[in-house]
Design a protein around this ligand. Structure first.
Ligand SMILES: [Zn+2]
Length: 318
């Protein structure tokens, strides 16, 4: 009986031991899990952080590369721009060189400047063709017109090496000589028109009626003071062909007027007209050129080295 009790007590004890062991195992497992989980998490996080760091570095490197490339692109653009500017400057300076070569004060012999006022018109085209044929450069004091043909003429004058100069936009004496403000407005409008067509501003002008005209309401000295201030150089004339005198001259008379005038001066600025109705001027031109060439005169376009003929001298107006 006591043996049986001992055995059952042993069984109970055994079972308790087993239970304790199970509980112990569970606790150990829980502890291990509790310890391992954060460690695993830590390691995983660490790996992730390391990976992200690598990616970040990569992005930074790419950004640096891009900005370096942009910078180098900008440098290239700048270099190209500089190169272009240099080229423009070169062209400008070579043009200047050419201009310097054509210093009219150094030219020996008679100088003749053929000038045409009041164009462009159909006659301008014919005159340009004649000048081209004889390889002569002249000066055109133009008025303001916006039609296609006139624009073509301004362009031709400029591109064929003649001097494109300003006369007046409207050529309306009453308006332009009403006040200095009106004159200013008129000449500025013409300057803008020609600038828009050729890309260049011309500083050469001729007052309608000349600097000594007596039709102006404004004292011409006031206008001259303005043109001096603006850097304009105005040209009157000392020789005329007579195509605007109101008399109907023959071609022969026109030719004689020019040749006898040129005979009297070392520097001649010849006033002619290329507006409509001046067909005889066109007709007389080849004869005039041939005679001038025979006289071995220098036929030149006005430039900044030309000694201006001025009825009222610019320097006399302070
Ligand atoms: Zn005129």
């Amino acid at each position: 009986m006591s043996e049986k009790r001992d055995t059952s007590a042993q069984k109970v004890q055994e079972e308790r031991r087993k239970r304790v062991k199970r509980i112990k195992n569970i606790i150990i497992t829980i502890v291990i899990v509790c310890l391992l989980t954060p460690s695993i998490c830590c390691v995983t996080l660490w790996i992730k952080v390391a990976k992200m760091e690598r990616q970040l570095n990569e992005i930074e490197r790419l950004q640096e590369d891009t900005s370096e490339k942009t910078e180098s692109d900008e440098n290239t653009v700048e270099a190209l721009q500089e190169k272009k500017n240099d080229k423009v400057e070169d062209v400008a300076s070579s043009e200047k060189d050419v201009q310097e070569e054509l210093d009219h004060s150094k030219i020996k012999g008679k100088k003749v400047y053929l000038t045409f006022d009041d164009g462009p018109s159909k006659n301008t085209e014919k005159i340009l063709d004649i000048l081209k044929q004889y390889e002569i450069k002249a000066t055109f004091f133009v008025i303001g017109k916006t039609d296609d043909f006139s624009q073509k003429m301004y362009k031709r004058i400029y591109e064929e090496g003649h001097t494109l100069a300003m006369h007046s936009y409207t050529h309306q004496y009453k308006t332009i000589y009403r006040s200095l403000k009106e004159y200013e407005k008129d000449i500025t409008e013409l300057s803008d028109l020609l600038y828009n067509i050729t890309g260049e501003r011309t500083k050469f002008i001729r007052f309608p009626g000349g600097s000594s005209n007596e039709v102006s309401n404004v004292d011409m000295k006031e206008i001259i003071r303005y043109t001096n201030r603006e850097g304009y150089i105005y040209f009157d004339w000392n020789v005329i062909n007579g195509d605007a005198t109101g008399q109907k001259l023959t071609v022969k008379e026109m030719v004689n007027n020019v040749i006898s005038g040129v005979d009297s001066y070392d520097t001649s600025i010849v006033l002619m007209h290329d507006c409509e109705g001046k067909e005889l001027t066109v007709k007389s031109l080849p004869k005039i050129i041939k005679k001038l060439q025979k006289m071995e005169t220098n036929i030149l376009p006005i430039n900044s080295t030309t000694t201006p003929i001025q009825h009222v001298k610019a320097e006399s107006v302070k």
